[in-house]
Design a protein around this ligand. Structure first.
Ligand code: BG6
Length: 490
């Protein structure tokens, strides 16, 4: 059951992903999808909208009529028990018709203020009384801060146990985010070096060229810290910093990630300004087009204090990482759309090649998350023909280049994991709670003090100057993401 079936997420991501699973034979005959939303629609109209969304997302519709015949629509009032009772009757009938063995997935793809109400009704009106499995998939934001997240968690866990809750972080569906563990734990050349003796710092950048679009109302209360850092950025940090799990089971992987969250240095009060920088975009030009400043966007306060950019330094106080800064940076309306991780290794103890025209570059391992997917290792080697001259060489592996096609959509993988009962790539409550408690301390300071310099970066640039200074004071600089692109690396 997809709650919010007439919404944007369902149309853009969920229906096309379900179609791809169908097309690849991952969904056999025995499945049914009930679209649940307020609007009144017939099954035919709903099936038509599913067909359209598949076509517009994927540009193909082989066997589409057979596919959409599995879709049903229920017009629903989320606060009304009689709505849930008729939904239950519909679900029970479909269960018999498709022989579903009482297995049910509830996907909440709608406004978060209804998450708790829906979960409570699902239980009290008997939709969770099934003979098979029941699973709840829940989109972000999971609360607005620790307190509201706790309240929400209390409500959903009265109806679902923790292992039945699948909290989506769509970054965990990205091919290269999933690859972080494999790169780390399947390579003898990396794991021994993956610590504070050999790594000087790690940089994670996730930049977007888009602004807030029509989401001003939500974004005003969220900002980049809650929208991107609390979830996606922190998840990448935990995968980069975790200890090798004893096994690749959900519990083992999650418990190692949770230990990272627990080791992140808590920063509060006056310390926040030493570790975190905020920014807000001004007007500017992106891809030759003029774009407006954040404060002129729809539903945004003209004096808004909301950040559209965050850069920060995280210190992980454990044996492996003591002294190694993890720098994170994310923003809207920046120069490029790109997510990259740069692992910078320490310099060699003595540089024999100083006499060359420039200093030796440090070794870098670049993990390209998007738009291109791959890894690049930056090494130094002898310049052909030269005497003792060294030059930088880059060894690249591009996922897309090798497979000749794009890797499956994140949502497709996450939906499939959920159907198979694999919760490894969903966030556990402990991760959510620890991450909120870190973020709450920063937002407490930012909400209290108005940032007089806002807007402080021009759209289409790298963000505010203070983000560069954050690294400069530690003797580092941000590796320019565009120069590290795979195509610039061959
Ligand atoms: C979402 C945020 O979680 O992630 C958006 O709410 C953001 O504001 C998006 O644009 C970025 O995702 P991606 O996959 O495009 O990097």
């Amino acid at each position: 059951m997809i709650f919010g079936a007439t919404g944007d997420l369902a149309k853009r991501k969920l229906f096309p992903s379900i179609y791809r699973l169908f097309e690849r034979g991952k969904l056999a005959e025995r499945f049914a999808v009930i679209g649940v939303a307020r609007r009144s629609l017939s099954n035919d109209e709903f099936q038509h909208s599913v067909k359209e969304s598949v076509l517009s997302a994927l540009g193909k519709d082989k066997n589409i009529d057979e596919f959409i015949s599995h879709f049903y629509y229920h017009s629903h009032d989320v606060t009304n028990s009689s709505s849930y009772l008729s939904l239950k009757t519909m679900a029970n009938d479909l269960d018999k018709h498709y022989r579903l063995d009482g297995n049910r997935i509830f996907y909440l793809a709608m406004a978060p203020e209804f998450f708790g109400t829906i979960a409570l009704h699902l239980k009290s009106d008997g939709l969770t009384d099934v003979s098979g499995f029941k699973r709840l998939v829940i989109e972000k934001p999971f609360g607005h801060n620790l307190e509201s997240a706790k309240e929400l968690n209390k409500q959903i866990t009265t109806a679902f146990s923790e292992d039945e809750v699948y909290r989506i972080d769509h970054y965990l569906g990205k091919e290269m985010v999933r690859n972080i563990e494999v790169i780390r734990f399947a390579n003898a050349i990396f794991e021994p070096l993956w610590n504070n003796r050999y790594i000087s710092n790690i940089q994670i950048t996730s930049s977007e060229t888009l602004g807030v679009e029509e989401r001003g109302r939500y974004y005003e209360t969220s900002g980049a810290l809650r929208d991107m850092v609390q979830n996606h950025m922190m998840q990448m940090v935990s995968l980069l910093a975790m200890e090798p799990p004893i096994r690749l089971t959900t519990d083992e992987v999650r418990s190692e990630k949770v230990r990272v969250f627990r080791a992140i240095r808590s920063v509060e009060g006056d310390q926040v300004q030493d570790y975190f920088v905020r920014g807000q975009y001004d007007e500017g030009t992106i891809n030759g087009k003029k774009v407006m400043r954040y404060r002129d966007e729809q539903m945004v306060d003209k004096e808004s204090n909301t950040e559209t950019f965050v850069a920060g330094k995280l210190m992980i106080d454990n044996f492996r990482w003591a002294g190694v800064p993890f720098y994170i940076r994310t923003g809207k309306r920046m120069l490029t759309k790109s997510t990259k991780i740069v692992v910078q290794f320490k310099d060699i103890p003595m540089n024999l090649y100083y006499q060359t025209e420039k200093m030796l570059n440090p070794n870098l391992l670049v993990i390209h998350i998007q738009p291109e997917e791959g890894i690049t290792l930056h090494l130094n080697a002898k310049k052909a023909g030269g005497h003792f001259d060294a030059q930088e060489v880059k060894l690249s592996y591009a996922n897309t280049g090798i497979n000749g096609m794009n890797t499956p959509e994140g949502y497709e993988k996450l939906l499939y994991d959920c159907m198979c009962g694999d919760a490894t790539n969903f966030t556990h409550w402990d991760e959510v709670a620890l991450s909120w408690s870190m973020v709450d301390k920063i937002s407490a300071v930012w909400e209290k003090t108005k940032e007089e310099s806002f807007p402080n970066y021009i759209s289409g640039t790298k963000g505010p100057k203070a983000a560069d200074e954050l690294l400069e004071k530690d003797g580092f600089f941000w590796w320019p993401v565009a120069d590290l692109d795979v195509e610039n690396c061959q």
